[in-house]
Design a protein around this ligand. Sequence first.
Ligand code: FMN
Length: 351
Amino acid sequence: MNTFGRFYRCTTFGESHGKALGVVIDGAPSGIPFCEDDIIPFLQRRRPGLSPLSTPRKEEDMPEILSGVFNGKTTGTPIAIIVRNTSQNSADYEPLKDLCRPGHADYTYDARYGHENRDWRGGGRSSGRETVARVLGGSLAAKILAEHGVTFESRIVSIHGETAPEKFESVILAAKENGDSVGGVAEVRVRGLPAGIGNPVFGKLDALLAAAVMSIGAVKGVEIGDGFAAADVFGSENNDCMRSDMRSDSSSPISTISSDSSSPVKFLSNHAGGILGGISNGNDIVIRFAVKPTPSISKAQETVDTDGKNADISVKGRHDPCIVPRILVVAECMTAMTILDSLMESSSAKF
Ligand SMILES: Cc1cc2nc3c(=O)[nH]c(=O)nc-3n(C[C@H](O)[C@H](O)[C@H](O)COP(=O)(O)O)c2cc1C
């Protein structure tokens, strides 16, 4: 399961301490202006080592486009992009290679692939560094969508239950001082997607978005629009009522007006988060997701070794005390790839 998407397909590869991480994008339209400078701002937002809130691992994260772009434009052939790993410190992981880090994927990777086959250096493929390749694929998707007027933004909603943004940093640093970590809630918002994109039943746009965001390491919950809060209100409060600016003496079929961004039909609220019946309704799409605290912490914890014996563990090395600030761009990229894929599938889209 290293390939994502049906029309805009991204196959990612690479491990935390291997030679490189990368993506092969298949299905991107031809003629899109694209170069490394389009990718760098996205990678910068994910890059470690930029603040005391993130892992001190310092990676340059310079993308190299290997194929599929000629004279500065996409050719319609597979686009391969890599980012070389330059700051691996595998010695940090040597003492951990026979221990299962609580909250991390060591135990389950051993159960699935066999301990002798697990690349323990930096967490291998289960490392958060894997998300570099998602950002490579998502940066082109976001560029294509921007040309169609679809844009993305994201924000931190809360850290460890704290909702005042000026306190986020102190909450994270206090946990770090204590050898611990914290999680939080974040939000991605998609603007400019017309009504009528997506599918009913098994391919619901909200289901695809939830799967895309949940596929990111450390994401443990996803909600669309009011999500879980909708369970606690009345239908009259949760329904997004509609009004039309259309003059009463004229008429137009819904299929024409609803996919037009200047549609006279307006929703008076957006509890649904922009999707009804698996299909976009023209409102902003709002996705919120819960990120767990970083598993690797220096505080001592109980675990087992790979022979199944009891052991104690304290994870030193370079780790984020909170993943939320760096995950925002990754979630935007997963959202962009999902939306582009759905637009390409939609017969109403002009590709
Ligand atoms: C951007 C990003 C950075 C991450 N950094 C770390 C880290 O420094 N240390 C760590 O233990 N886990 C980190 N993780 C989380 C692990 O990758 C993740 O918890 C692990 O693969 C287990 O998967 P699960 O939490 O989805 O079950 C990071 C995840 C992301 C998305």
